[in-house]
Design a protein around this ligand. Structure first.
Ligand SMILES: Nc1ncnc2c1ncn2[C@@H]1O[C@H](COP(=O)(O)OP(=O)(O)OP(=O)(O)O)[C@@H](O)[C@H]1O
Ligand SMILES: [Mg+2]
Length: 255
Protein backbone atom coordinates (compact mmCIF):
# COMPACT_ATOMS: atom_id res chain seq x y z
CA UNK A 1 0.00 0.00 0.00
CA UNK A 2 1.58 3.27 -1.12
CA UNK A 3 -0.51 5.77 0.81
CA UNK A 4 -0.81 5.66 4.59
CA UNK A 5 -3.43 6.20 5.82
CA UNK A 6 -5.25 4.70 2.85
CA UNK A 7 -8.80 6.08 2.99
CA UNK A 8 -11.59 4.08 1.37
CA UNK A 9 -15.19 5.29 1.14
CA UNK A 10 -18.00 2.78 0.68
CA UNK A 11 -20.94 4.34 -1.17
CA UNK A 12 -23.97 3.27 -3.19
CA UNK A 13 -27.73 3.19 -3.36
CA UNK A 14 -29.72 2.84 -0.14
CA UNK A 15 -29.90 -0.76 1.03
CA UNK A 16 -27.38 -2.06 -1.52
CA UNK A 17 -25.20 -3.40 1.28
CA UNK A 18 -22.67 -0.60 1.98
CA UNK A 19 -22.47 -1.32 5.68
CA UNK A 20 -22.29 -5.10 5.20
CA UNK A 21 -19.50 -4.68 2.64
CA UNK A 22 -17.66 -2.35 5.04
CA UNK A 23 -17.84 -5.01 7.75
CA UNK A 24 -16.73 -7.84 5.44
CA UNK A 25 -13.79 -5.76 4.26
CA UNK A 26 -12.90 -4.86 7.86
CA UNK A 27 -13.00 -8.56 8.80
CA UNK A 28 -10.72 -9.43 5.89
CA UNK A 29 -8.23 -6.73 6.93
CA UNK A 30 -8.36 -7.81 10.56
CA UNK A 31 -7.45 -11.33 9.48
CA UNK A 32 -4.33 -9.83 7.86
CA UNK A 33 -3.37 -8.48 11.29
CA UNK A 34 -0.86 -6.08 9.79
CA UNK A 35 -3.27 -3.22 9.54
CA UNK A 36 -4.13 -0.46 12.00
CA UNK A 37 -7.73 -0.05 11.06
CA UNK A 38 -10.17 2.82 11.65
CA UNK A 39 -13.85 2.47 10.76
CA UNK A 40 -15.94 5.59 10.33
CA UNK A 41 -19.71 5.34 10.65
CA UNK A 42 -20.57 8.34 8.49
CA UNK A 43 -24.26 7.63 7.97
CA UNK A 44 -26.40 10.03 10.02
CA UNK A 45 -29.67 8.46 8.85
CA UNK A 46 -28.92 4.77 9.40
CA UNK A 47 -25.86 4.53 11.65
CA UNK A 48 -25.82 0.73 11.66
CA UNK A 49 -22.08 0.18 11.42
CA UNK A 50 -21.65 0.50 15.20
CA UNK A 51 -24.20 -2.28 15.76
CA UNK A 52 -22.74 -4.47 13.04
CA UNK A 53 -19.24 -4.32 14.56
CA UNK A 54 -20.58 -4.48 18.13
CA UNK A 55 -18.83 -1.32 19.30
CA UNK A 56 -20.67 1.75 20.52
CA UNK A 57 -18.68 4.96 20.85
CA UNK A 58 -19.71 7.01 23.88
CA UNK A 59 -19.05 10.16 21.89
CA UNK A 60 -20.09 11.15 18.35
CA UNK A 61 -19.70 14.27 16.20
CA UNK A 62 -23.37 15.05 16.77
CA UNK A 63 -22.99 14.90 20.55
CA UNK A 64 -19.82 17.02 20.47
CA UNK A 65 -21.58 19.61 18.33
CA UNK A 66 -24.63 19.68 20.59
CA UNK A 67 -22.53 20.12 23.75
CA UNK A 68 -20.50 22.91 22.19
CA UNK A 69 -23.59 24.79 21.06
CA UNK A 70 -25.05 24.51 24.56
CA UNK A 71 -21.87 25.76 26.21
CA UNK A 72 -21.74 28.73 23.83
CA UNK A 73 -25.35 29.61 24.66
CA UNK A 74 -24.53 29.38 28.36
CA UNK A 75 -21.50 31.59 27.73
CA UNK A 76 -19.32 29.00 29.43
CA UNK A 77 -16.38 29.12 27.07
CA UNK A 78 -14.35 31.64 25.18
CA UNK A 79 -13.80 30.91 21.50
CA UNK A 80 -10.13 29.91 21.82
CA UNK A 81 -11.06 27.32 24.44
CA UNK A 82 -13.79 25.95 22.16
CA UNK A 83 -11.27 25.39 19.37
CA UNK A 84 -8.95 23.52 21.76
CA UNK A 85 -11.76 21.46 23.18
CA UNK A 86 -13.14 20.34 19.85
CA UNK A 87 -9.81 18.75 18.89
CA UNK A 88 -9.64 16.98 22.23
CA UNK A 89 -13.24 15.81 22.02
CA UNK A 90 -12.82 14.52 18.48
CA UNK A 91 -9.77 12.42 19.40
CA UNK A 92 -11.55 11.15 22.49
CA UNK A 93 -14.48 10.06 20.35
CA UNK A 94 -12.38 7.35 18.70
CA UNK A 95 -13.43 4.13 20.39
CA UNK A 96 -10.87 1.34 20.39
CA UNK A 97 -11.34 -2.41 20.39
CA UNK A 98 -8.78 -5.19 20.14
CA UNK A 99 -8.60 -5.26 16.34
CA UNK A 100 -9.89 -1.88 15.15
CA UNK A 101 -11.07 1.57 16.14
CA UNK A 102 -14.38 3.26 15.40
CA UNK A 103 -15.46 6.86 14.96
CA UNK A 104 -19.11 7.82 14.52
CA UNK A 105 -20.88 10.80 13.02
CA UNK A 106 -23.92 10.04 15.18
CA UNK A 107 -27.55 10.82 14.66
CA UNK A 108 -29.08 14.26 15.24
CA UNK A 109 -31.51 14.13 18.15
CA UNK A 110 -33.64 17.08 17.11
CA UNK A 111 -34.90 18.56 13.86
CA UNK A 112 -32.55 20.08 11.32
CA UNK A 113 -30.35 18.95 8.48
CA UNK A 114 -27.10 16.99 8.60
CA UNK A 115 -24.98 19.73 7.01
CA UNK A 116 -23.20 20.94 10.19
CA UNK A 117 -22.12 17.42 11.18
CA UNK A 118 -21.01 16.65 7.64
CA UNK A 119 -18.95 19.85 7.67
CA UNK A 120 -17.21 18.80 10.88
CA UNK A 121 -16.65 15.33 9.46
CA UNK A 122 -15.10 16.79 6.32
CA UNK A 123 -12.71 18.80 8.47
CA UNK A 124 -11.71 16.00 10.84
CA UNK A 125 -11.42 13.03 8.50
CA UNK A 126 -7.78 13.80 7.69
CA UNK A 127 -6.71 14.45 11.26
CA UNK A 128 -8.43 11.44 12.85
CA UNK A 129 -7.01 9.05 10.27
CA UNK A 130 -3.35 9.94 10.79
CA UNK A 131 -2.51 7.18 13.25
CA UNK A 132 -4.02 4.45 11.06
CA UNK A 133 -2.99 2.41 8.02
CA UNK A 134 -6.45 1.97 6.57
CA UNK A 135 -9.65 3.98 7.09
CA UNK A 136 -13.00 2.60 5.92
CA UNK A 137 -15.79 5.16 5.70
CA UNK A 138 -19.32 3.72 5.60
CA UNK A 139 -21.27 6.49 3.87
CA UNK A 140 -24.81 7.72 3.69
CA UNK A 141 -26.72 6.48 0.62
CA UNK A 142 -26.53 8.59 -2.51
CA UNK A 143 -24.52 11.64 -3.45
CA UNK A 144 -24.92 14.15 -0.64
CA UNK A 145 -21.62 13.49 1.16
CA UNK A 146 -19.68 13.49 -2.11
CA UNK A 147 -21.20 16.82 -3.14
CA UNK A 148 -20.46 18.28 0.27
CA UNK A 149 -16.85 17.20 -0.22
CA UNK A 150 -16.89 15.11 2.96
CA UNK A 151 -14.99 12.48 0.95
CA UNK A 152 -12.57 14.87 -0.70
CA UNK A 153 -9.42 13.26 0.66
CA UNK A 154 -10.19 9.60 -0.02
CA UNK A 155 -7.88 7.36 -2.05
CA UNK A 156 -10.33 4.72 -3.22
CA UNK A 157 -14.08 4.69 -3.72
CA UNK A 158 -16.08 1.47 -3.52
CA UNK A 159 -19.53 1.75 -5.07
CA UNK A 160 -21.84 -1.05 -3.98
CA UNK A 161 -24.61 -2.12 -6.32
CA UNK A 162 -27.29 -4.73 -5.73
CA UNK A 163 -29.26 -6.65 -8.32
CA UNK A 164 -31.11 -3.61 -9.67
CA UNK A 165 -30.46 -1.37 -12.66
CA UNK A 166 -31.29 1.60 -10.41
CA UNK A 167 -28.29 0.85 -8.26
CA UNK A 168 -26.08 0.84 -11.38
CA UNK A 169 -27.58 4.19 -12.43
CA UNK A 170 -26.75 5.50 -8.95
CA UNK A 171 -23.22 4.12 -9.33
CA UNK A 172 -22.81 6.05 -12.56
CA UNK A 173 -23.91 9.31 -10.88
CA UNK A 174 -21.60 8.63 -7.93
CA UNK A 175 -18.67 8.04 -10.28
CA UNK A 176 -19.27 11.28 -12.15
CA UNK A 177 -19.66 13.32 -8.92
CA UNK A 178 -16.63 11.68 -7.35
CA UNK A 179 -14.48 12.79 -10.26
CA UNK A 180 -15.47 16.39 -9.55
CA UNK A 181 -15.60 16.46 -5.77
CA UNK A 182 -12.96 13.98 -4.52
CA UNK A 183 -9.25 13.51 -5.08
CA UNK A 184 -9.73 9.77 -5.54
CA UNK A 185 -8.05 8.39 -8.63
CA UNK A 186 -9.40 4.88 -8.18
CA UNK A 187 -12.88 3.55 -7.83
CA UNK A 188 -14.71 0.34 -8.53
CA UNK A 189 -18.02 -1.42 -8.21
CA UNK A 190 -18.84 -4.41 -6.01
CA UNK A 191 -21.95 -6.29 -7.07
CA UNK A 192 -23.50 -7.41 -3.79
CA UNK A 193 -26.20 -10.02 -3.10
CA UNK A 194 -25.35 -11.71 -6.38
CA UNK A 195 -27.65 -14.59 -7.30
CA UNK A 196 -28.37 -16.37 -10.58
CA UNK A 197 -27.62 -14.87 -13.97
CA UNK A 198 -26.50 -11.27 -13.53
CA UNK A 199 -25.36 -10.77 -17.15
CA UNK A 200 -27.72 -7.80 -17.84
CA UNK A 201 -26.34 -6.01 -14.79
CA UNK A 202 -22.72 -6.71 -15.75
CA UNK A 203 -23.43 -5.45 -19.28
CA UNK A 204 -24.79 -2.19 -17.88
CA UNK A 205 -21.74 -1.81 -15.64
CA UNK A 206 -19.54 -2.22 -18.71
CA UNK A 207 -21.68 0.14 -20.79
CA UNK A 208 -21.26 2.83 -18.11
CA UNK A 209 -17.50 2.20 -18.07
CA UNK A 210 -17.55 1.38 -14.37
CA UNK A 211 -14.67 -0.80 -13.29
CA UNK A 212 -15.77 -4.01 -11.60
CA UNK A 213 -13.95 -5.06 -8.41
CA UNK A 214 -15.96 -8.27 -8.10
CA UNK A 215 -19.09 -9.86 -6.77
CA UNK A 216 -20.30 -10.98 -3.34
CA UNK A 217 -23.03 -13.60 -3.28
CA UNK A 218 -26.40 -13.33 -1.70
CA UNK A 219 -25.42 -15.02 1.55
CA UNK A 220 -28.14 -16.69 3.64
CA UNK A 221 -25.84 -16.42 6.65
CA UNK A 222 -25.81 -12.59 6.39
CA UNK A 223 -29.61 -12.68 6.27
CA UNK A 224 -29.72 -14.98 9.26
CA UNK A 225 -27.41 -12.69 11.25
CA UNK A 226 -29.71 -9.81 10.39
CA UNK A 227 -32.78 -11.79 11.43
CA UNK A 228 -31.23 -12.70 14.77
CA UNK A 229 -29.80 -9.18 15.32
CA UNK A 230 -26.27 -10.58 15.54
CA UNK A 231 -23.35 -8.23 14.74
CA UNK A 232 -22.01 -9.14 11.30
CA UNK A 233 -18.43 -8.84 12.50
CA UNK A 234 -18.93 -12.31 14.11
CA UNK A 235 -19.77 -13.94 10.75
CA UNK A 236 -17.82 -17.21 10.53
CA UNK A 237 -14.62 -17.19 8.46
CA UNK A 238 -16.08 -20.08 6.44
CA UNK A 239 -19.04 -18.04 5.18
CA UNK A 240 -19.30 -17.60 1.40
CA UNK A 241 -19.44 -13.80 1.47
CA UNK A 242 -16.38 -13.49 3.71
CA UNK A 243 -14.34 -15.89 1.56
CA UNK A 244 -15.33 -13.93 -1.53
CA UNK A 245 -14.35 -10.62 0.07
CA UNK A 246 -10.87 -11.96 0.88
CA UNK A 247 -10.38 -12.58 -2.85
CA UNK A 248 -11.17 -8.93 -3.62
CA UNK A 249 -8.61 -7.38 -1.27
CA UNK A 250 -5.82 -7.27 -3.85
CA UNK A 251 -8.05 -5.40 -6.28
CA UNK A 252 -8.78 -2.71 -3.71
CA UNK A 253 -5.31 -2.16 -2.27
CA UNK A 254 -2.49 -1.18 -4.60
CA UNK A 255 0.64 -3.26 -3.97
N1 LIG B 1 -24.26 -10.33 0.53
C1 LIG B 1 -25.46 -10.26 1.15
N2 LIG B 1 -26.25 -11.37 1.20
C2 LIG B 1 -27.48 -11.33 1.79
N3 LIG B 1 -27.99 -10.24 2.38
C3 LIG B 1 -27.25 -9.11 2.36
C4 LIG B 1 -25.95 -9.07 1.76
N4 LIG B 1 -25.45 -7.81 1.92
C5 LIG B 1 -26.39 -7.13 2.59
N5 LIG B 1 -27.47 -7.89 2.86
C6 LIG B 1 -28.69 -7.47 3.55
O1 LIG B 1 -29.23 -6.33 2.85
C7 LIG B 1 -29.77 -5.39 3.78
C8 LIG B 1 -29.10 -4.04 3.59
O2 LIG B 1 -27.73 -4.17 3.92
P1 LIG B 1 -26.90 -2.94 4.52
O3 LIG B 1 -27.54 -2.40 5.75
O4 LIG B 1 -25.49 -3.38 4.60
O5 LIG B 1 -27.11 -1.90 3.33
P2 LIG B 1 -26.76 -0.35 3.29
O6 LIG B 1 -26.48 -0.02 1.89
O7 LIG B 1 -25.72 -0.03 4.28
O8 LIG B 1 -28.14 0.28 3.74
P3 LIG B 1 -28.42 1.84 4.12
O9 LIG B 1 -28.54 2.57 2.83
O10 LIG B 1 -29.70 1.76 4.90
O11 LIG B 1 -27.24 2.31 4.94
C9 LIG B 1 -29.55 -5.97 5.16
O12 LIG B 1 -30.75 -6.63 5.54
C10 LIG B 1 -28.43 -6.98 4.97
O13 LIG B 1 -28.48 -8.04 5.88
MG1 LIG C 1 -25.66 1.39 5.83
Amino acid sequence: MKEKPFRIAITGKGGSGKTSITVLLAKALIENRTTKLLLVDADPTHPHLCDMVDLHPHQTIEKIRKNLIQSVYRNEKVLSKIAQDIDFEVYNAIQESKHFSLFSLGQPEGPGCFCPSNTILRNVIDSISHDFDVVLIDCEAGLEQIHRQVLKSIHFLIIVVDLSMRSVETARSIKSSAKKFTNSQSMGVIVNKSLGDITPLLNKIEEFKLSLIGTISDDPLIKNFDLMGKPLIYLPETSTSFREMKLLIDRIFPS
